[in-house]
Design a protein around this ligand. Structure first.
Ligand SMILES: [Zn+2]
Length: 256
């Protein structure tokens, strides 16, 4: 069985969001675990990366990924940042990457957080951003967009695909998250926040989309892919569902 990936019709570059399916890992990592440091067997993870990249149309290449720290730093990646899984070299502490270099796949890991792929087809600039709530309220959306603009992207040309993540059915948070979201989105936050008891249900995918719209991205250029990581444990890893004992999804994009 080939690796099961999800694509967005909004993105023309080679890309994909992974699922759990079609890899070689076993047990809690069954089967397409792409996380490099979750305790899985290295050889299996390497094979999973081959299968995933192949399914995305990216053959046998190293890629760029970082140590994700739920911050807002977005790194401008070049060929120098390319590494095979478990390969040697500096690993940047970053929750997002952008590049204008062809042949440089950008990868981010998620398991409830919102994966975001960005593309300016006209100016040939791409990005991949790991958008958990901490990064989202820190405005990694604006950071990612600014880094793309610094390479010559135009906001009007940017298309965005928001991938599988924990959805409003399951993303229960405390008031501190809602407060931070209101600080970021101002009055636009309310449609994405539903009180439930002394907690709130938050639509983080919707909130991330709204932030990009505030930043000038055209609403019709933003795709939201259905799929709640917590509701579909056979298809996705959810950090909350598994209590953290799990593999990871990855999302990748590459300019040809
Ligand atoms: Zn759900």
């Amino acid at each position: 069985m080939p690796a099961e990936i999800i694509k967005s019709e909004f993105i023309i570059s080679k890309h994909g969001f992974s699922t759990r399916n079609g890899g070689v890992s076993t047990g809690v990592y069954s089967s397409l675990n792409l996380g490099l440091n979750r305790g899985d067997d290295e050889e299996k993870v390497k094979r999973n990366w081959e299968l995933f990249l192949e399914a995305c149309g990216i053959d046998g290449q190293p890629f760029v990924c970082g140590n994700q720290v739920h911050g807002k730093y977005v790194h401008i990646a070049t060929k120098k940042d390319l590494r095979p899984p478990y390969g040697k070299g500096n690993v940047v502490e970053a929750d997002g990457f952008v590049t204008n270099e062809p042949g440089v796949p950008l990868a981010i890991f998620t398991a409830d957080c919102v994966p975001v792929l960005l593309e300016d087809t006209k100016n040939k600039i791409i990005g991949a951003v790991h958008c958990g709530w901490r990064s989202a309220v820190a405005d990694i959306e604006g950071e990612g967009l600014n880094k793309m603009l610094s390479l010559g992207a135009e906001t009007d040309e940017i298309r965005i695909a928001i991938g599988p993540a924990i959805e409003k059915c399951c993303f229960e948070v405390g008031p501190e998250v809602v407060e931070a979201l209101r600080d970021l989105l101002k009055e636009d936050a309310e449609p994405f926040v539903v009180p439930r008891g002394d907690k709130y249900m938050v639509d983080l995918k919707g909130a991330v989309r709204q932030r990009f719209i505030q930043l000038g991205v055209k609403p019709w250029n933003i795709d939201i892919i259905d799929g709640c990581t917590l509701c579909e444990p056979d298809r996705f890893w959810s950090h909350r569902y598994t209590g953290g004992v799990r593999g990871s999804q990855a999302s990748v994009i590459m300019l040809s």
